[in-house]
Structure formats: structure tokens, C-alpha cells
Design a protein around this ligand. Structure first.
Ligand code: C5P
Length: 242
């Protein structure tokens, strides 16, 4: 099976809520504007696979299922096989789990897509969480600059057969240059100039993130916390096209 088709636009809205009613209402309101929606651990741990399917039904949009698997290869392989039938457009694992784990995940996504006769989801590696700075990283025993670790993990993800990585928009330009045009770059930490930064420390506008090489931008609160979610999403998409 091949991967899913091109999206309407690169914006994935993060539906960060544990509440099924809220998530489905956001999803329905955004159905005609954003390129896709993202559900993460907060929603999945509260609502499970059934909740995921309901949100997908409400929006009809491609889903980034952001569960960031990180375990021994056999367990990650099983986790990937368990979510492929939900038909996500994109799933992810922590690249720090290593080459054997990422290869197992890649094999599992291919095998499960064949078994269930669905499109293979894009398999993405999380590099360094954007909430971590150099001193946080050093405390875990990883010495050196954050970007060196991001680049190391992105290269490892690529040779392990992953389709791309999650990174900061500030890292996108160099990763795009080093890893080639087909390796997907997904960037959170994106804020329109008119929105609050919230707890994101180093932000970039959606337009600049895409210009720097991001394939998909993940945007949560500037849309979900807006009084009119559809209008906020539309404004972002129009600014991207300008
Ligand atoms: O509301 P906001 O736009 O900050 O949401 C960003 C989304 O991207 C959240 O769901 C967050 O968990 C996710 N994310 C992030 N930084 C990462 C990885 C994921 O902000 N490094």
C-alpha cells in the first residue's frame, strides 16, 4: 500500500483536550479549513481508539496520531500494528529509541498496512522535544548542543527507514539541506504574528516555518483557544498562501 495523498494545506491543528465532545466539535468546525488534525496522548489516554475514530468521522480530515512510542523494538512494533487499522495519516516514535526500534516500527507499519489493506501511515521520529534546552539535555547524559543531537537523531531516523522527523522550525532549514527534499519535517512551536506564544519558547510564524522547509506545521492553541476556531484557522491558511 502507498502512503496517503497530498493534503489541502500543511496545517495540522492539535486538538489537545481529553474531552470527546470538545474534540469532535473542533474537528467538525475545522473540516473545511485545515489540512489535518492531531490527536495526542491527552486525548488517546482518555478516549482510546474509539474516540479517535469518532473525531476522524467528525472532520473527515487526515489524522496525525501523536503517541510518541518509545519502548523495546518488539513492543513498539506491536503498538504500531495496533494503531494502523485506525488509518492515521501520520504516526510517530521517539528517535532516541534507536535504530533497531525505528526499523521495527517501519517494518510493522508496512506489514500492518498490507494486512489491513490500508494506506501506510507516514512514520515520523521525534528528535529533541522543543521543551528541552541544552542544560536539560546535559542532565540526561547527552553532552553538547541541542542541534547536534537533533541532527544525529534525524540522520539515524532517515537511515532507519523513517519518513521524517518532528523538529523546531528553527532547525528546519539545515535539516532540509542535509537530509534532502523528500524527508518530511514536521514543526510545532508555530505561532501567527497575532497570536500569544503561550509556553512555546522559540516560535516562528507558519509562513516562515514553511519557507524554512517544514512540510507540515502543528498549531494548537492559536486555533483551539480562539473565540471562532474556523475563522482563526482560515486566517492562518490565508496567510500561508499569501
Ligand atoms: O498549542 P500549541 O500550538 O503550542 O500546540 C503544539 C502541539 O504540538 C501540542 O500538541 C504539543 O504537544 C505538540 N508538540 C510540541 N513540541 C514538540 C512536540 C509536540 O509543541 N516538540
Amino acid at each position: 500500500m502507498t502512503t496517503a495523498p497530498k493534503l489541502r494545506n500543511p496545517v495540522f491543528c492539535a486538538l489537545d483536550t481529553p474531552d470527546l465532545g470538545i474534540a469532535t466539535s473542533w474537528a467538525a468546525k475545522l473540516a473545511d479549513t485545515v489540512g489535518g488534525v492531531k490527536l495526542g496522548l491527552e486525548f488517546f489516554n482518555a478516549q482510546g481508539p474509539k474516540g479517535v475514530s469518532e473525531v476522524m468521522r467528525a472532520s473527515g480530515l487526515p489524522l496525525f496520531l501523536d503517541l510518541k512510542f518509545h519502548d523495546i523494538p518488539n513492543t513498539v512494533s506491536g503498538a504500531v500494528k495496533s494503531v494502523v487499522p485506525l488509518k492515521p495519516f501520520m504516526i510517530n516514535v521517539h528517535a532516541i529509541g534507536g535504530q533497531a526500534m525505528m526499523e521495527a516500527a517501519a517494518r510493522a507499519s508496512r506489514d500492518a498496512a498490507e494486512t489491513y489493506m490500508v494506506d501506510r501511515p507516514l512514520l515520523i521520529g521525534v528528535t529533541v522535544l522543543t521543551s528541552m534546552d541544552e542544560s536539560d539535555l546535559n542532565e540526561t547524559g547527552i553532552v553538547g548542543a541541542v542541534f547536534d543531537q537533533v541532527r544525529r537523531l534525524a540522520e539515524l531516523a532517515k537511515i532507519s527507514g523513517l519518513d521524517g522527523v518532528v523538529c523546531s522550525p528553527h532547525e528546519a532549514e539545515i535539516l532540509r539541506r542535509d537530509l534532502g527534499p523528500n524527508f518530511k519535517l514536521i514543526t510545532p512551536g508555530v505561532r501567527p504574528a497575532w497570536a500569544a506564544a503561550n509556553d512555546q519558547k522559540r516560535v516562528m510564524t507558519p509562513h516562515d516555518a514553511v519557507a524554512a522547509g517544514a512540510d507540515y506545521v502543528v498549531i494548537g492553541r492559536p486555533i483551539t483557544a480562539a473565540p471562532d476556531q474556523a475563522a482563526a484557522a482560515k486566517r492562518i491558511v490565508m496567510e500561508l498562501a499569501a
